[in-house]
Design a protein around this ligand. Sequence first.
Ligand code: COA
Length: 174
Amino acid sequence: MPTDRFAVGPVVVREAGPEEWPEIAELTTEVYAALAPSCPPPSWTSYLGSIAATITQPGEARRLVVDVGGRIAASVLLCPPSPGPAGRGTNPHPELRLLAVRADCRNSGLAGRLIEACEQWARRDGHDAITLHTTSLMPAAKAMYERRGYLRAPELDFEPGPGFVVWGYRRPLL
Ligand SMILES: CC(C)(COP(=O)(O)OP(=O)(O)OC[C@H]1O[C@@H](n2cnc3c(N)ncnc32)[C@H](O)[C@@H]1OP(=O)(O)O)[C@@H](O)C(=O)NCCC(=O)NCCS
């Protein structure tokens, strides 16, 4: 269990219900908006605009949250594989997406708890690897993933705008 400066109750990792998706969308959009440089690439601006729909539209993704004393402090989406002929947008492994921790709740292990929960779900569903994407706007996250055994997977990279590369990562689940 993390030692929490902010905790006022039990720290629980759980799946969020649909009634909570708008709150998660708001939290995630706020966290990602704060990552933007003063002059963000156009692709980043449109990505920010798409976050709420990604989280609130029904689909097969699991929405996992860290609940601290009844308050949602962090969230992540665990998306199913998107198989198909090799190419952009295809991925034979599940993907962890839109990891976000409230600014006043960081450095207490909450992201770690969510990543571990995603890895457990993926193992339980029979997958031998889990994937994610990150960018140069997220240096703390990139360092954290690499420490946790996530390896570069250039075949998952894509470039939503000129010169703005989104890096793919994969972690084997052995
Ligand atoms: C990245 C983020 C998810 C981390 O959340 P968190 O709950 O603070 O993470 P944890 O406490 O579980 O772990 C943080 C780790 O990063 C390290 N860290 C914290 N700030 C850091 C920084 N500025 N640079 C590098 N490492 C940093 C901590 O030492 C800790 O290391 P450890 O895993 O070896 O213990 C959070 O900062 C966040 O929401 N950032 C904005 C959104 C984002 O970047 N999401 C990822 C999208 S790919």
